[in-house]
Design a protein around this ligand. Sequence first.
Ligand code: ADP
Length: 489
Amino acid sequence: MKKSTPLKILFASSEVAPFAKTGGLADVSGSLPAALASLGHKVVIVMPLYRSVMEGPYELNSIEGALEVPYRGRVLKDKVFYSELEPNLSVYFVRKNEFFDRSMLYSTPEGDYFDNADRFIYFSRGILNLSKLIGFKPDIIHCNDWQTSLVPSYLKSLYMYDAFFEGVRIILTIHNLAYQGIFPPEYMAVSGLPSEFYSLNGFEYYGQMNFLKGGIVFADIITTVSEKYASEIQTPEFGYGLEGILKERSSDVHGVLNGADYREWNPETDSNIIANYNEKSLSGKERCKKDLIKAFKLKGPEKAPLIGIVSRLATQKGFDILAEAVGTLVDLGFLIVLLGTGDEIYEKQFAEIGKKHKGRFGVKIAFDNALAHKIEAGADMFLMPSRYEPCGLNQMYSLKYGTIPVVRATGGLDDTIKEFDTKTGNGNGFKFAEYSSQALIEEMKKAREVYRSQELWLKLVKNGMKEDFSWERSARTYERIYHNALARR
Ligand code: ADP
């Protein structure tokens, strides 16, 4: 395959799998840099040194010298750690224990950490100084979400005339526009950014400082994680108040679908599941279903269609319509398992619903990666009734595991799932358009009909397992975007 000119890419992210993860951002930050490195680019990932990294099974080395970060009128110094992942790929960890040595990344069930603005101002400033400290002069700095959204504006102010960063182009990827990092305006001064950046065409947002907005204004290119979401976020319904500024930059906004990391999500090699299987031999999947039924102590017949759900418990994910639908789904003969953590209100509500439908609806309130794999393998269908979904990864994992996605047609779910057509045998899942429990139930009934025909179901399962959402394709698209950005120098 043709290789493009190798680039030096600094990839900045607040979470990177396997080191620290709350959701899809970590999956992307773990996989995309690796895919770029295998295309021949040199990639340095930068993330905070969280407690989970210090306590994890990782070999960390420290570098000579200290990272200096100006912060609230002082210059703080601290050590930097790193780990070589592959020949062209390493990850550097910014240490500041008072900010990052905590049990969670951004919030506890009681709410966000009070000093998130300080934590990510510090981190963003640290990213650029770290790059200089290790002598990694990037062609591209690729930022992700609000936590690293100050980097573009630092480069266009405090570091504007720094020869080290001459010619660098900055990409900002929005993984979820609903999280913008909005803080009191006093944080402008804390950030050290020029006060004139606090304007309608900068960070100002209804009297507050909006980190993501500043990122969108000052980045050279903005990407988001599916084509559908790229157009959705330019509308009032999905734009969360930033649709105007995104529309203004429309020609620089691109949708690039995430990939699935098949090194981690592949039923043929997955060590978290009781039996491995592939498209040609599916008997392992039956054993996985039995194992899952046992894990959740379900009592329904093994032949009943089993729905899996793995998700953050957040309004975005459609838990209000799911709560309304569960009773009917159980009456229709479905078994359901749900693994999730998140908003307290949903944690309580679903623990209750689980008790009510004991034996038919298994609920586990936890973050459990091994169990997430078991659900992907053991369920017959995977339900994602999201209100909105920038990309969604679980539907792609599900396809690989022969677990049929039933999704709401929004964002990346709409881009990746094609309704199964019983006549032609084309399609890879089921999707409904209207955001309502009724529409969800009707779609589940369609899925159940197909499930009843062994022949049709097998065809559908195989269609899904043949799909290829590997990272290489996405990495090549990013590569093109980087080169186009550099060509505009
Ligand atoms: P989002 O980033 O919005 O949470 P994605 O579908 O992009 O949604 O990614 C979610 C990732 O987090 C998937 O890898 C999924 O398996 C994982 N995940 C979510 N909740 C849990 C949980 N409770 N336990 C284990 N993994 C989870």
